[in-house]
Design a protein around this ligand. Structure first.
Ligand code: HEC
Length: 230
């Protein structure tokens, strides 16, 4: 008997159903997400999320090319599903809408370093980020994060004195006498990207946890932990 047509239909059905399940349905659920335009407590309309400015967008490419995503996640789990919010990694859980302007989305799977979802708010200082990238030991002694000295230029101080954006380094990390450490365009773009990572605006599907709720989550977490620790 000729099984050709049956085989053809079987393969067609398998491919069609996986396309519906893996492409069509997710696109229907998430493809139409648009920024939220809620009014905040002060009566001001807040548009969130917003597209990154150009410099930060270029920084996202540098973040990707340097493999920061292998050690840093960008996703905050909901209350009661881990201690992300208690650790201060975010004010609320992250949801699909937070990432609509990210291409590709750099969620990350490993957390050798802290989650960076909200680092722009946690650490807004440009000087801190630049010193940290030049050598993490300057800001975070004992850090296992690798230094990125190639994002900086060590050059002789010009006749008109040190550049305005030269790093203020001292002690063992200081540049040799007569030299200065200046961030390259790539370093500035990367820092612009890091400072643009902010997810503390509430969304209808992810409101900021209320004080009482987080306390409840904590006490229920303790309650479930107690029998296991005995
Ligand atoms: C080998 C793993 C590793 C890689 C790769 C890595 N980091 Fe880190 N990162 C860490 C660790 C560990 C810490 C915590 C200690 C510290 O502050 O240095 C950290 C801390 C940070 C912090 C401060 C976070 C906070 O909450 O204070 C920022 C910002 C950061 N990293 C950015 C980057 C960027 C940008 C890259 C890529 C250029 C990168 N990291 C690559 C491990 C890594």
């Amino acid at each position: 008997m000729n099984y050709g047509p049956l085989l053809f239909l079987g393969i067609l059905f398998t491919l069609a159903s996986s396309w519906v399940g893996l492409v069509l349905m997710p696109n229907r659920q998430l493809g139409g997400l648009t920024p939220d335009t809620s009014t905040n407590a002060a009566g001001v309309v807040v548009v969130y999320p917003q597209a990154r400015p150009g410099e930060a967008q270029q920084g996202a490419e540098i973040y990707r090319s340097l493999g920061c995503v292998y050690c840093h996640s960008q996703q905050v789990r909901p209350e009661g599903f881990g201690s992300d919010i208690e650790r201060g990694w975010g004010k609320r859980r992250t949801v699909s809408r937070d990432y609509i302007y990210d291409k590709p989305v750099m969620l990350g799977t490993s957390r050798t370093g802290p989650d960076l979802t909200n680092i722009g708010e946690r650490q807004p200082s440009v000087e801190w980020h630049l010193s940290h990238l030049y050598n993490p030991q300057i800001t975070s002694k004992g850090s296992v994060m690798p230094p990125y000295p190639f994002l900086f230029e060590v050059r002789p101080v010009g006749a008109r004195g040190p550049s305005a954006d030269a790093l203020k380094l001292s002690g063992e990390h200081a540049a040799p006498a007569g030299f200065e450490v200046v961030p390259t365009a790539a370093a500035k773009q990367l820092v612009a990207y890091l400072r643009s990572l902010k997810t503390s605006s509430p969304l209808p599907e992810a409101p900021l946890p209320r004080k009482g709720e987080s306390d409840d989550a904590k006490s229920s977490a303790t309650a479930t932990n107690t029998p296991a620790s005995k």
